[in-house]
Design a protein around this ligand. Structure first.
Ligand SMILES: *Cc1c(COP(=O)(O)O)cnc(C)c1O
Length: 397
């Protein structure tokens, strides 16, 4: 049987590793040597699980979506990460990493953010735990995502607009890494997805694995079996997908279908379909698939959803796709938007546009009548109302 977990050197097959500047070597080594021991410690587990229950509101419900099921002629359960405090799965990871930082005696938290969701989740946890919090965000994103910037500031975080490059996520990440290099002793860098140098991809996957742990129990209660026929999730960097599949990786009878952002179409030059279009390279300390030009320049990705337009992909997902363990579909802007309005109409749930990409995959899979499908609804649509309204007016003009 294949091993889908990370190896001792931080690799998933050919993907992963830790390609970092010399000055961070000690920090990353320290994290690598301590993270598993700290996370597995019973007192950490108690603190973490108590907060997930009482602060986040876990377990998140596993909801049988009857009308959606009827439409796709199978049995579709939605894993309701949209009901978490702050509106998405990201808080599971932020809580875990800030707890870890505290146990490593770090006093200063830094993070990067694109759309602002990871920034808000991290600023929330820093307020809760009384930690200093600095969030790096591209200037373009600061202007596009005003509400999230205001939330972070109200929560007491300092938001630093980054003016290098295209002034988006990639540039914010570079700036966060630069900060970490300057302040290696007191600072902890909270990465928001299953990306970055080892051990981050594995650490974030473990912190999100509570999603599949709950799915197993909830499905047992509802269906009398722990294993669905299909797991479906969207992938940006890959953290909600990693959490959804973590405890099923070695159950090869459970099919994994992942949706990446096709943007305006994978041949349009405007997409974020990294697994289908990317080539091997190094980004943010990890060897993985990257959207890049002929001469190796990182290309700016595009998607209608700000949470999916990352030019790389977590090394776990690059490996699962190359090993045939997952099927990766590109879901375009239009398909995701249609799926979002469909869910709203059929079930009264307005999803995040990211999650709508997972919903957009439903029409691309041939299900059997008795198939049990679990789809991760990674977040709620409040943050996307402006985009939805604009789109709705556009198509009804
Ligand atoms: C950030 C975000 C994503 C994408 O990140 P992953 O690490 O791929 O999960 C997906 N859905 C929502 C709601 C998000 O906020």
């Amino acid at each position: 049987m294949k091993n889908f977990n990370v190896d001792v050197n931080g690799y998933y097959g050919d993907f992963g590793g830790a390609y970092i500047p010399e000055i961070l070597y000690k920090n990353v080594e320290e994290l690598k040597n301590k993270y598993q021991k700290i996370i597995d410690d019973p007192s950490f587990q108690k603190e973490y699980n108590d907060l997930l229950r009482d602060y986040v509101g876990r377990p998140s419900p596993l909801y049988l979506a009857n009308r959606l099921s009827e439409k796709y002629s199978c049995k579709i359960y939605l894993k309701r990460e949209d009901l978490n405090h702050t509106g998405a799965h990201k808080i599971n990871n932020s809580i875990g990493q800030v707890l870890l930082a505290r146990r490593m005696n770090k006093t200063r938290i830094i993070a990067e953010t694109g759309a602002g969701q990871h920034g808000v989740a991290t600023a929330t946890v820093c307020a809760l735990m009384n930690m200093e919090c600095i969030i790096y965000m591209g200037k373009t994103d600061v202007e596009r995502q005003k509400l999230n910037v205001q939330k972070m500031e109200m929560l007491g975080a300092k938001v630093v607009p980054v003016t290098s490059g295209n002034m988006t996520l990639k540039d914010a990440t570079n700036e966060a890494i630069r900060d970490w290099c300057c302040n290696p002793s007191d600072t902890y860098y909270v990465i928001g997805s299953t990306v970055g140098p080892h051990p981050y991809p594995d650490m974030v996957a473990r912190l999100q694995s509570v999603i599949s742990k709950e799915i197993r129990q909830q499905l047992k209660e509802k269906e009398g079996r722990e294993k669905p026929d299909y797991l479906i999730a969207c992938v940006g960097g890959g953290s909600n997908a990693a959490g959804t599949i973590y405890h099923y990786l070695n159950d090869e009878d459970v099919k994994i279908v992942l949706a990446e952002a096709g943007g305006k179409g994978i041949d349009s030059g405007q997409s974020a379909a990294t697994i289908q279009l990317g080539r091997l390279g190094i980004i943010h300390g990890s060897k993985t698939l990257i959207m890049q030009s002929e001469d190796g320049q990182i290309e700016e990705p595009y998607s209608i959803s700000a949470g999916l337009d990352y030019p790389g992909i977590g090394p776990l997902h690059a490996y699962l796709a190359s090993a045939g363990r997952s099927t990766v579909l590109a879901v375009n802007d239009d398909e995701a938007m249609r799926a979002a309005f469909e869910l709203t109409k059929l079930e009264g749930i307005i999803p995040a546009i990211e999650s709508a990409h997972a919903l957009g995959a439903l029409e691309k899979v041939k299900f059997k009548q008795d198939d049990v499908v679990v789809l991760c609804l990674s977040g709620r649509g409040d943050k996307d109302m402006e985009t939805y309204i604009k789109y709705f007016n556009l198509i009804n003009e």
